[in-house]
Write a protein that binds this ligand. Structure first.
Ligand code: HEM
Length: 152
């Protein structure tokens, strides 16, 4: 169960990134060209948020099953000085929670705006901030904090 969820979590990262990038692209295009906010734009807003929520759920399940996290909380003092372990124990979860909260707030605010440019603008700003945080918190193979493969 743990290893299959980890594979899902790794693959889902790409869905999170692609959906966010696409939503940001549409928001930017809609905002600058003053286009109407269509049903498709609304679906993109909704699905981007939902994909982030699914990743959050998978992440939470992994968090309570991971041997790495068990080691982190069981040997807190030593583990804290191990960058690779404390990255997953604290940094990854905190930054990802923050980013997904930002996506959720941005999506809800955009939905409540009446004017179309405001809908696009709100999505553009909040989703871009979330994307930057997610990008920093992903354990890329080139990351100095914790390196993991692009795909398992
Ligand atoms: C947009 C949100 C997230 C993205 C893109 C993301 C991405 C990733 C990636 C790429 C890995 C490496 C997987 C591998 O080893 O192949 C990972 C590991 C992990 N993630 Fe996330 N994650 C997200 C959110 C979360 C959240 C919210 C939690 C916890 C509540 C979480 C918990 C974990 C844990 C515990 C590991 C390490 C598991 C282990 O090695 O035992 N993730 N994440």
């Amino acid at each position: 169960m743990y290893s299959s969820l980890l594979i899902c979590h790794t693959i889902f990262r790409w869905l999170v990134l692609v959906s966010l990038l696409y939503a940001i692209f549409r928001a930017y295009k809609g905002y600058t060209s003053k286009s109407p906010f269509t049903k498709t734009d609304n679906a993109v807003r909704y699905w981007t948020t939902t994909i982030a929520h699914i990743q959050l759920t998978i992440g939470m399940v992994i968090y309570f099953q991971s041997p790495l996290i068990k080691y982190f909380w069981g040997n807190f003092k030593e583990a804290l000085s191990d960058v690779n372990v404390s990255f997953f124990g604290l940094v990854h979860i905190t930054l990802m929670f923050t980013a997904i909260m930002i996506i959720t707030i941005g999506s809800a605010l955009s939905k409540r705006k009446v004017a179309d440019p405001e809908k696009f603008g709100t999505m553009l700003v909040w989703f871009t901030i979330a994307l930057i945080i997610i990008f920093i918190a992903i354990p890329w193979p080139f990351s100095p904090l914790a390196a993991r493969p692009y795909i398992r």
